[in-house]
Design a protein around this ligand. Sequence first.
Ligand code: 6PG
Length: 225
Amino acid sequence: MFGDLVIVDDVPGEFTERVIEAFLARPDDTFALSLSGGDTARRCYERLADEAGTQIDWWKVDVYWGDERCVPADHPDSNYRLGREALLDRIGVANAHYPMRCEEGADPYQLRVGELGKFDLVHLGLGADGHTASLFTGSEAMNADPGRLVVFNEDPSGRNRWPRMTLTFAGIARARLVIVTVMGEDKRDALAAVARGEDVPGARIRGTRVVWLADEAAAGDLSET
Ligand code: 6PG
């Protein structure tokens, strides 16, 4: 797999430590953090909000989203709502946050990410089907124009609801650090497929540095390599 596989008992705890480490090592004054959706992400953000304390100056953090469901911002399936509830409302402040707004189209976010240049940290999850962000097997975004950083996309299998907006692999690759958090036995096959180099979306994740944080349940036999 591209990147380092780190197997830990406490994925949210390790995630928190590595976000703090990346923040303290940031090369610029502000820290550009891109959030994921999903239950694993929610657990990671709740822990980050509770434990980062004063180690992260949230006034220096610009919050982005790696993908979004095209639903209202207060919809239970909204990744913006997830980030608000699990992180932003708990820490109270951030320098800026940039929700993906489907109604505006993908170009404004494309321009924002283009102007940003580099994310300091992009957080991703891995679906049991091997998807990441809203990049699904067989979906149009798997072959996005190389110049696109942000696109609309949908899951052709229908397993993952809603039209989506998502960073492309080129958009993800703008990350100085990508952390992929993977928890639970239901992810074991997907993580093994990534490790074998099969062409599942997760296997295409690139960045200056990529770290896979997995628990034993998701790692399965990989923990013996
Ligand atoms: C999304 C997420 C998605 C998520 C994985 C893992 O918007 O659906 O960005 O890519 O990270 O599906 O989700 P779980 O942690 O809930 O398994």
